[in-house]
Design a protein around this ligand. Sequence first.
Ligand SMILES: Cc1ncc(C[n+]2csc(CCOP(=O)(O)OP(=O)(O)O)c2C)c(N)n1
Length: 305
Amino acid sequence: MIDELELYERMLTVRQLEEELQKLCVLGEAGDLHFNKGQEAISVGVCAALKPTDYIVTHHRTIAHAIAKGIEVRPLVAELLGKATGINRGVAGEMHFTYPPARYMFTFQLVGTCVPVAAGLAWAVKNFLNKAEIVACFFGDAATGNAQTHEGINIASVRKLPLLLICENNGVAGNIGKEFYLPTETVAERALSYGIPARTVDGNRLDEVVDAAGKAAGYVREHSEPYLVEMMTTRLSWHKQGMPDARSKEEIAELAKRDPLLYEEKRLKMTEAEKKQLVKKVSTRIQEAIAAGRVAPLSTFPEPG
Ligand SMILES: Cc1ncc(C[n+]2csc(CCOP(=O)(O)OP(=O)(O)O)c2C)c(N)n1
């Protein structure tokens, strides 16, 4: 049974953590990170619909997926600050980290690359490990214009691999609009050409995400075949820190009306007092993690040889 309040808390953790990390980027204590603001319901909802033993592979907006898959805030922050106490001893950074104990397997800087690697992992899980687990791969809508995404989906379909494809469709690639990279109205309709099922849902509604991801994951597990779920969403942050948004303030304010946190607060009929209490609880955890990360020793590369 999924605890809805706990899922809301995870979304809130991502939102608040990213806000605090952004301050550290400005101070020069963290690099120019990619944030997930406005898209939190997807990572949190999909991971909640998976089994803890299922694997995930993600693209470059990695922080939300890490929290969603259960990685602790403290070692995650340490990693992002390049500290030895980080999940990868501080040498991986935001777009290359991995945490197999949580089945958070790979993250990718190169757009589209996550898809063929996720297909390879699904192949290994099915044929080598002989397990009933599935692999979920998160990628953006612009990644579908990349050849590697095509190869990955193609081979996953031909080899009947247990791969759940989650397209986070925010309608932009950096500061470029979708008319420059997406030739169809939806990403889901392109799945037809790979002979795999697909559907489009509202990625800003946690309940819809959990339901769609749960059904799709069930299909993938039962049939050992890929399934694509396109989740329509809103990027409310800049593409990355240090790269101001080309969209107007008015445009972003319009998108913010679909804020997944607001939707969930309304749906759960949360009172101001309840929200305040949760914000305080989450904020304390984050502040403790940041304080610990700041004083932790810097990462060191192992000596060669
Ligand atoms: C192969 C490749 N080309 C270009 C880039 C530069 N780049 C980084 S993120 C990005 C936009 C990707 O858009 P999308 O896949 O829709 O994900 P979003 O950033 O919107 O979450 C681009 C073009 C890259 N990292 N890799």
